[in-house]
Design a protein around this ligand. Sequence first.
Ligand SMILES: Cc1ncc(C[n+]2csc(CCOP(=O)(O)OP(=O)(O)O)c2C)c(N)n1
Ligand SMILES: [Mg+2]
Length: 558
Amino acid sequence: MRTVRASMPLGDFLVAYLRKIGVTHLFGIPGDLVLRLFSRLGRPRGLRIITLSHEPGVGFAADGYARATGRIGVVCVTYGAGGHNMVNPVAGSFSERVPVLVISGGPAEQERRLGTLIHHQAKAIESQLRIYEELTCAARVLDDPATAAASVHDVVRTMWREQRPGYLEIHRDMVERRITVPRDIVEWDGTLQFARSDARRVDEAVRETTARFNAARRPLAMVGIETFRFKLQREVRALAERMGAPVTTTVLGKGAFPMDHPLNMGVHIGPISPPPIVRRVDRADLVLNLGTLLTDMNLGSRPPQITRDRSIWAVGGRVNVSFHTYTDVHIRDFVHGLLRAPLRRHREVVRYCDNLARQPAETRRALRVADVLHEVNRFLRDRRGWLVVAESGDMLFAGLDVRVGGGGGYLAQGYYASMGFGVPGALGAQIGTGARPLVLCGDGAFQMTGPEIAQAPRYGLNPIVLVLNNGGWQIFRPVVTRHELLSVPPWPYARLADDWGGRGFYVERVDELRAALAEASRLPSFVVIEAVVRPDDLSPVTRKYIAASARRGRAAAA
Ligand SMILES: Cc1ncc(C[n+]2csc(CCOP(=O)(O)OP(=O)(O)O)c2C)c(N)n1
Ligand SMILES: [Mg+2]
């Protein structure tokens, strides 16, 4: 069952195939239409199955696993009720280029022939496939034993090339069907390939970039999420050091370049970046943009600040050099080409910038959001290997001012921005990497998927979840007049953690938070720290972002 053979039951093939590409875990919730497959996948020597409470949590966990490990995350759900519950997390994986493979069960052919509606069905049996065709780069129903293996291989290879989700539907009568596996798949060593570029175009794009770079006096590099997804961290660091120019990351790309690297200047979020970053970008005569998606979030909800004529933008298999484009130049080949090019070395001294004002020394006072960020930074300063996960809401923007060094990581949905990613995403990331997560989470977001933290003890996981309790969905408070529409009921967050097998802390003051974080780091179990802040208090970046976004909304309405 471990190895791929020329003829084997479809369920066993799937296990052997997934193991061959390095998948260790499968995230899911069973149902009758997927039960047989579910059991097959989780058989001894199969995949380690992680079940959570609700499919959205399952999807975010698989996404967190994939983001943090760089491997494919796999979910297994029942047809209809399960598959449809998985739509939002997978849409997020699609937007942010995370390879999550959705495996869904489905009704057997005999059941479909009865001519009745089948439980869990929506409009038609094919509806779920059609939905996933919209949310994945490749989607197939495995209904033919002669082609099933090739379909799996196609879907997975496309996912890897595109770093996007894929979909396989396996109806329950197919799980034990013997399939024929083509010889090339039996003999394949399990290595997945990224897309290949056109070598002549790469050469020319690199030559032109080098010439522009060497003519520039104040170049700057922006590092985006694609460099991370396409596993270029080491190369991008080497390239930055060869260039000696400042590096900024983006909202979505935060964590793609080490935050304690001497060339890292901080996070660029268009005109609402820290003023020294705005000024430095304005002064740049060349911006080399590696892998940044052109999103409103990355740009601070404003039109692009960098004009095309002084930028080189490598993203989505293309390199745009001012007003012309090289197609078929993928970022890996472009970066490797630049590493071989004779780049002139700059020696700019770079200072890391954030949006935080200095913290008052007095700590026996009510917490503010900015204090939370200062305390998190203080906590992380001399620790290694932590993984910070920021939830959507105020914490998504607040997190931009968190500095993770010491080989640690940072995950957030910096573009799709769905609430609910934080806690389950952290669980999946810890399962995949072993790194201990520190989750920054609003009370509203915690009420969506935070209770998945109750799953942590049985899997030996121990994130620290900082729940910012401001009484509701307060990120919108500056732009909503009826504040009562934003409130959420007060949950006893700290007590729930105690009841669920972890430890809870309740803090209202700066010194209390500092002490709770220190103690939490020594505890073996998961921890929830409920940190109470005022409903009208927001992080520095959120204040700027909400104002910019509201201005844009008014302009659109006018
Ligand atoms: C699934 C989902 N639903 C709704 C939203 C819209 N939304 C963005 S932030 C937010 C409120 C966040 O509240 P909370 O988690 O308490 O964070 P706060 O901003 O109060 O710190 C909402 C409802 C979203 N991003 N995702
Ligand atoms: Mg809140």
